[in-house]
Design a protein around this ligand. Structure first.
Ligand code: ATP
Ligand code: MG
Length: 395
């Protein structure tokens, strides 16, 4: 685990310790502001971020996202709690250790780029390396490399004002990457970009991350951005982390009304996957079963077709009830002749959007199989529809 946050509080105001007791007694942020004049920034945050994880923080304006992020490198001094980075408690670091962490371990990328107007693009990217006292030649090499990574090869010697907003944001990102930090902290880094450029930047970020595998904490207001980028998403309200989970967790099981409101406009069909909505089923038969057993199994379950697997649960096909009954009447002992081998299968990673056209054309549930064709579960058409409208399936 890369980062671990325990019982973290940040109170802005004159009586932070008192406010923490009030919070622990259950008083809310609004009443605390009225009663004490203190602002609750972060209220008892507890979470972990794994190495190489893309961790997104979301929430309405004022919910404490930036405060939480800035506590990590102590740009904001937390009121209490623990922040462990690679096991080292940042709150116990002295000035020197802290400077080391800020320069080498973490880099911050901001919304307003923070570029220096009188320096070339390259010199802007070199900035962090210069502070580290790195030799000019190596500095320039690293800056060129970082600029290439963000797609700005050829722009190294331009001035910031010669670049578009999106390109300036890339320079900001390159500057963050140039020091080769293990952790990137990104506060609304893409918010100032217009929607199309923003989509490009998101794609770029996905590609960069697949190469670099940094640990990234990324703040955004935009749920679509969060869903696209985040391995996990934390949703904050009034300084509290209301829920942490993968996009699917959050869409399928919102922990509160606030989270549900956030997610209600999302196109679930693109996020929810076959694996998250499938039912693990034991209603399958084995190639060893005869037509009578097959017919009986379907009868008992009130279904008209049944999947057949071998003893290792490798999918063999499907048998229809009419075929099973006919075969039994003919005195057949074995179902091998009536197994229909061409069936609709899908992988657990497939999105519901891709399942819909398959489900439309078949009268039986879709089989979910792994790479070895092992049967993982089934998806009924009613389950797909329930997944889309975001409700528990009605039975
Ligand atoms: N320097 C400060 N002094 C006093 N209160 C502050 C300070 N910084 C933040 N706050 C308060 O802390 C709370 C959280 O603010 P924060 O900036 O972390 O929110 P945010 O989620 O980043 O919002 P936004 O989406 O608008 O950037 C707010 O109530 C804010 O008023
Ligand atoms: Mg903010």
């Amino acid at each position: 685990m890369k980062i671990e946050i325990k019982n973290l509080y940040k109170i802005f105001g004159k009586s932070p310790k008192k406010v923490i007791s009030l919070l622990q007694e259950g008083m809310n942020k609004e009443d605390i502001l009225k009663k004490t004049g203190n602002s609750v920034g972060v209220n008892n945050a507890n979470f972990q971020v794994n190495e190489g994880e893309f961790f997104v923080i979301m929430g309405l304006s004022g919910s404490g996202k930036s405060t939480l992020l800035r506590c990590l490198n102590r740009l904001i001094e937390p009121t209490s709690g623990e922040i462990l980075i690679d096991g080292q408690d940042v709150l116990k670091c002295n000035e020197e250790e802290l400077r080391e962490i800020r320069r080498k371990k973490m880099a911050m990328v901001f919304q307003n780029f923070g570029l220096l107007p009188h320096r070339t693009v390259c010199k802007n990217v070199e900035f962090g390396l210069e502070i580290q006292g790195i030799d000019e030649k190596i500095r320039t090499e690293k800056a060129y490399k970082a600029l290439e990574l963000v797609g700005l090869k050829g722009y190294e010697e331009k001035m910031p004002h010669e670049l578009s907003g999106g390109m300036q944001q890339r320079v900001g990102l390159a500057r963050g990457l140039a020091t080769e930090p293990e952790i990137l902290l990104m506060d609304e880094a893409f918010s100032a970009l217009d929607p199309l450029i923003r989509k490009d930047m998101q794609q770029e970020m996905i590609e960069i991350q697949s190469k670099m595998k940094k640990t990234i904490i990324f703040i955004t207001h935009d749920l679509d951005e969060a869903l696209r980028l985040g391995d996990r998403i934390a949703i904050m309200k009034d300084g509290v982390i209301e829920q942490i989970g993968t996009s699917e967790d959050i869409l399928a099981n919102p922990a509160s009304e606030y989270v549900r409101k956030f997610t209600q406009d999302v196109d679930r069909t693109k996020v929810m996957t076959a694996g998250s909505i499938m039912q693990r089923t034991n209603v399958i038969i084995s190639t060893k079963d005869g037509p009578k057993a097959a017919a009986r199994a379907m009868e008992e379950q009130g279904i008209s077709s049944i999947y057949v697997t071998d003893k290792d649960r490798i999918l063999q096909g499907i048998v229809k009830i009419d075929d099973a009954i006919e075969s039994y009447k003919k005195g057949e002992k074995d179902i091998s002749d009536i197994i229909i081998k061409e069936v609709a299968v899908t992988s657990p990673e497939t999105s519901i959007a891709e399942l819909l056209p398959i489900a439309k054309d078949i009268s039986y549930p879709i089989a979910v199989v792994d790479k070895e064709n092992k049967m993982l579960g089934i998806i009924k058409r009613s389950t797909i529809i329930a997944g889309i409208i975001g409700e528990e399936e009605c039975r």
